[in-house]
Design a protein around this ligand. Structure first.
Ligand code: SF4
Ligand code: SF4
Length: 99
């Protein structure tokens, strides 16, 4: 099991994966990539915890706490009608999701 709690809340259980590739299609950051028997994590640190992969995985092979991190910061900022604090950004990339 992969556990990236140091970076974000994304957890992946490859032993459950049936290789449907749904997560590779819905992830906006290309975190998952095609593998031989199951998908592989290509860039787990890029996960912005939007929850799309976990919500679309038919066998619960992915868990992520959406409502925290970068995606949540953007939603909160939009609800407040303010720009997002740069401190709240988790991606730390010039071309990341918060640009
Ligand atoms: S939670 Fe969103 S950004 Fe993170 S791996 Fe899943 S689809 Fe990609
Ligand atoms: S959505 Fe779930 S079952 Fe489908 S490839 Fe991704 S991890 Fe595997």
């Amino acid at each position: 099991m992969f556990n990236s709690y140091l970076e974000n809340t994304l957890q992946y259980y490859p032993e459950k994966c049936i290789n449907c590739l749904m997560c590779t299609q819905v992830c906006p950051h290309g975190v998952f990539t095609e593998g031989k028997e199951h998908v592989e994590l290509k860039s787990p640190a890029s996960c912005m915890e939007c929850g799309a992969c976990a919500g679309n995985c038919p066998v619960q092979a992915i868990e992520v706490e959406s409502g925290v991190g970068c995606a949540w910061a953007m939603i909160s900022a939009a609800l407040r009608g303010k720009d997002m604090d740069s401190d709240a950004c988790c991606c730390g990339e010039d071309d990341g999701c918060c640009q």
